[in-house]
Design a protein around this ligand. Structure first.
Ligand SMILES: CC(C)(COP(=O)(O)OP(=O)(O)OC[C@H]1O[C@@H](n2cnc3c(N)ncnc32)[C@H](O)[C@@H]1OP(=O)(O)O)[C@@H](O)C(=O)NCCC(=O)NCCS
Length: 210
């Protein structure tokens, strides 16, 4: 098994949609849950590859895309861009589902219509990320390596901190994030927000607040 990491290339996009679906049910295959196989990728993968492709890295197995890490250095700017440039075209394609529609597709389509606002407790963590590896390439240390490459890139961009959301059912990923240095910031009904600081607060800031 020849595993390599490399920067994203636009020809990876179809594979990213596929990986997103195959890991989209709290880390497990979500393809049986969704009628439309593209919906998850429209929200959780593709916009990042357009907005900040330099923050997208692909894990290949013998050349074949088998995992990725992607995200944004500035969540507020990312959601603003989605409102202007990403969601409008999806709203034309996917009408807002009826309130009685409890399908998985409907749940994600509603996200295309929800204006995302950063909760106060996440504001000090402006970047966010998503990481997904196919089962065949999991547990080989590559998730850790992808996180390291991504965090290094954020440090080069002088981003102070990063967060992510993980479903409470995804116990494997929760263990993983703790192992790679993330700590819990907050909890909602079904998800946990983890964060990691990338730069220490400067001594001036400490002294000025004393
Ligand atoms: C979660 C995921 C990114 C981890 O990547 P990975 O390559 O499998 O993890 P690594 O091999 O780099 O493991 C790094 C550390 O995390 C631990 N870890 C990883 N997966 C774990 C699991 N399922 N249970 C417990 N610990 C785990 C490893 O034991 C390792 O610890 P160590 O360094 O002390 O030995 C990957 O398994 C994955 O993509 N899963 C499916 C999609 C998913 O759930 N994505 C996250 C959505 S929020």
């Amino acid at each position: 098994m020849n595993l390599e990491m490399r920067p994203y290339h636009p020809s990876d996009l179809v594979a990213l949609y596929r990986i997103c679906l195959l890991t989209g049910d709290s880390g497990q295959d979500a393809s049986k849950l969704f009628k439309d196989p593209d919906i998850l990728g429209h929200y959780y993968a593709a916009p990042y590859t357009v907005f900040e492709p330099e923050l997208c890295f692909v894990l290949t197995c013998s050349g074949k895309p088998s995992g990725y890490i992607l995200g944004t250095s500035n969540s507020a700017r990312f959601w603003e861009w989605c409102e202007k440039a990403w969601f409008p075209i999806l709203r034309e394609q996917y009408p807002l589902p009826d309130i009685k529609n409890t399908s998985y597709d409907a749940h994600i389509i509603r996200l295309f219509y929800n204006r995302q606002i950063m909760p106060n407790d996440l504001l000090p963590y402006p970047a966010h990320l998503h990481i997904d590896l196919l089962p065949a390439v999991q547990h080989r240390g590559m998730g850790r390596q992808l996180i390291q490459v991504f965090l290094q890139k954020l440090k080069e961009l002088k981003v102070p901190a990063v967060h992510l959301q993980v479903g409470k059912r995804n116990t494997g990923a929760i263990h993983f994030y703790s192992k790679v240095g993330f700590t819990r910031i907050s909890e909602e009904k079904n998800s946990i927000a983890f964060g990691k600081r990338l730069v220490e607060k400067s001594p001036e800031r400490y002294s000025s607040s004393c």
